[in-house]
Each structure stands twice: as C-alpha cells, then as structure tokens.
Design a protein around this ligand. Structure first.
Ligand code: ADP
Length: 401
C-alpha cells in the first residue's frame, strides 16, 4: 500500500477535508467525475460516522496492488469501546458505493478499508504513484484549518521524537547507574582486602628494608585513593537510587573544622594552610558526611593549584548558622564552567587530561550540603583561583542560604 495522503479525523472540519482530498486524489489519478464523486462520498460517509463515535480516527488514501492492476483505497482506523458493525447507517451507505469494503475489529481497534479497482487505461505505474505522493506532500493547504492541522502534526512529530530521545536517555542513564552500583560494590571487597594486607605489611616495619617500606607507603596511598573513588561511586549510585543516609548529631563546628583541616594539612604537605574560624553555635550535622565536603573542597583546592601556594579556610558565624569558605590561588574557572561544576560527572575540559578525577566530588558535596539545609556555591577567575562557599544552618532545614 502506498499512501498518497493521510490525516486525522477529529471534527466536522475534517469531513470537508476528507471529501475534498478524496476528490483531488481521484482527479489526479485520472478517475472520471462520477467515479471520484462516488469514492469521495463513500469516504466522507465513513469519516462522518467515525467522527460521531470518536475523535481518534485517521484516514489514509492510498494506492494498492501490483503493476498493471492497481486499486485506490481509503483506510480509516480508529478505536472505540462501542460495538460497531457494518450495519451502521454511514457504513451501510459506503458499502453500497464501494465494491470492496472490509471492517476489522481487534479489541476495539477498528480498521475500515474500502476501495475500487483502477482501469488499466489510466496507465499507472510506481513512478507515477511516487509523483502523486510528492504532489500531495507539497500541495498547499486547502484552508487555514488544514494549515494549522499540518503544523500541529509537525509539532507533534517533533514532540514524539524528543520524547523518544528523552526516554532513551533515561534508559541509558538507568543502565549507567546500575553499572556504577554493581561495579563499585564489586570493587569494594578486593580493595578492602588489599588495603588490609598492605597495612599488615607496613606493621612489619622492623623486618623490612627501607626500599620495601617506601613501596608499601606508596601502595597504601594509592589504595586509599582508590578506596575514596569507590566510595564516591557508591555514593553516586545511592543518590540515584534514593538518598544518602545521615546520622545527625550536635557538634561544635569550630573544633570540628580545626580537627578536619589539621588532618587534611598533614595529607597535603606541599601546600600551606591558613584557617580562621569564629565561634559558632552548636550545629546538627552528620560528621562523616561533613568531613567528606571539607575533604572534597580542600582536596580540589590542592589539586587545582600549584605546590607551595596558600589555601585559606574560613568559618564565619551568621544569623542562621555558619558559612565556610575554601580559597585557593590555582587555575580557576570561567563563568560558563562554574555553572556546571555541581553536575554529575562534569569536569572542566582543560583538566580532563592533566588532573586525575571523575567529576563526582562536587556533585556529592552539593547533595550533602543541601541535605543539611545549607547552600553551596563558588566564585572563580581563570588563572587567579577559586573560592568555594557552603553554609550550615544551626538546625537542618532552618535555612537555605
Ligand atoms: P574532580 O575534581 O574529581 O574532577 P569534582 O566534582 O570535585 O570532580 O569537581 C568538578 C570539576 O570542577 C573539576 O573537574 C574541575 O574542573 C572543577 N573544579 C573543582 N574545584 C576546582 C578548583 N578549586 N579550581 C579549579 N577547578 C575546580
């Protein structure tokens, strides 16, 4: 079947279209006025009845068959819960006009197909049929109603393509998340065992040579890094599959910040740290998760700035709780890049090949901060450095900003 023209049957205006377009196709093919009028009348009779039942019908006028025997057919499809038979008045009339008339019903999805054989004298072949198709594809709308209808059709088509793309993207995203979840769990066990063994070996200090000790230290450092990455991967998949779990407790933020920064200072001996912390009221936090935020921000400040440069950390009291700032004088970022840094797996293009990382840290940190009722943001200048800020309210949910 080669469709010459097709459109939906929604209301009375489509009746006019059905009639006019059927006449035009008949004329284009070369049917006599009497035959095309018969065809067009049968089509509009069926279309009228379908529109009476429902507004979900579609009409296709097509040519069917094999050279040199062709038929012109109209195929009308619609769905309805009502039991519809060919005895219905409109169908009955069309049946009498058309030599071939079939009605098929599969669970309420109806297809009516009717048509008539075309005389050989019309000298139809597939080239001509393609020309008819092209003609009606490019033909001007009959009226403004058809113009709007065509435009709607185009828009709907674009819409469904976009919906399909979105659906596929979602499926891919779900698969990716599932993969991350499985992979991180599979990686966690062996890395924990390796870490335990290398720590056991480190304890045998007296029995090992200086060289072996050095290698062990490197092994320990690298397994710790790997372990951090695996935990980040697990957090990302937890974030996708629900939420991070929190164990809130009341703490003195100033002491906590001091201890955490001190711990991170010894982990990053090639940078200088400057901490200024004001006294802050007790705050409710999950200590491990908050430590994760400090570790990420300070780790980034170290990673994206030159050795020997200073990293400033400040803790300021405000009306609602506290604001923490981590400042470096490193490579910085443009405004455009800043907009994306809290998105999952985002990395600034320039750092991809020069600095290790997976673009998960800030995504997880921002979730942790917002789950504490706070806000996280950054300011930066390319080549001059970056400042990351986050707020922690006295009580979770007291503020956002
Ligand atoms: P990672 O550092 O593992 O790539 P993050 O989520 O922590 O992942 O950071 C996302 C991106 O933001 C980084 O890849 C980097 O491009 C940029 N970025 C983060 N912190 C800084 C910083 N202090 N200075 C410059 N760029 C930064």
């Amino acid at each position: 079947m080669s469709e010459i023209i097709g459109f939906s049957l929604e209301n009375e205006m489509d009746l006019v279209l059905s009639h006019k377009r059927s006449m035009q196709v008949g004329e284009k093919i070369g049917l006599t006025v009497a035959t095309r009028t018969t065809f067009a009348t049968a089509v509009s009779e069926v279309a009228r009845t379908v529109i009476d039942y429902t507004d979900n019908g579609t009409l296709a006028i097509a040519i069917e068959g094999n050279f040199p025997r062709f038929s012109i057919i109209a195929r009308i499809a619609f769905s309805s819960d009502l039991a519809i038979s060919t005895n219905d008045e409109g169908f009955y009339y069309a049946k009498r006009l058309m030599p071939n008339f079939d009605l098929v019903n599969v669970d309420g999805d109806y297809i009516i197909q009717m048509g008539l054989g075309l005389p050989r004298s019309l000298k139809l072949d597939w080239t001509k049929i393609s020309e008819f198709k092209a003609y009606f594809k490019n033909t001007a709308p009959l009226n403004s109603y058809e113009e709007i209808k065509n435009r709607n059709h185009e828009l709907n088509k674009i819409n469904s393509v976009q919906e399909e793309e979105l659906r596929q993207r979602k499926v891919l995203d779900e698969k990716k998340t599932e993969f991350i979840s499985v992979a991180s769990h599979e990686l966690k066990t062996p890395i924990t065992v390796i870490k335990a063994y290398s720590q056991m070996l480190s304890m045998l200090k007296d029995e090992t040579s200086e060289k072996v000790r050095e290698v062990l230290e490197k092994l320990n450092l690298q397994t710790s890094k790997l372990s951090v990455l695996i935990h980040q991967l697990m957090d990302v998949s937890r974030l996708e599959n629900g939420n991070l779990q929190y164990d809130f407790e009341q703490i003195a933020l100033k002491d906590f910040a001091r201890e955490t920064v001190l711990m991170l200072t010894s982990a990053h001996p090639y940078h200088q740290f400057d901490l200024k912390a004001e006294d802050v009221d007790l705050v409710m936090v999950d200590k491990l998760r908050l430590e994760q935020v400090f570790t990420n921000l300070i780790g980034n400040a170290v990673k994206y700035s030159a050795k020997g440069t200073k990293i400033f950390v400040t803790l300021e009291k405000n009306d609602f709780g506290a604001t923490i700032m981590v400042q470096d004088s490193g490579i910085g970022m443009s405004k455009k890049e800043l907009e994306n840094i809290f998105s999952k797996f985002y990395r600034v293009e320039e750092v991809v090949s020069s600095h290790p990382g997976l673009g998960m840290g800030l995504y997880i940190s921002s979730k942790i901060v917002t789950d504490h009722g706070g806000k996280i943001w950054a300011e930066s200048e390319p080549g001059l450095g970056s400042r990351f800020y986050f707020t922690i309210p006295e009580k979770p949910g007291k503020m956002r900003g």
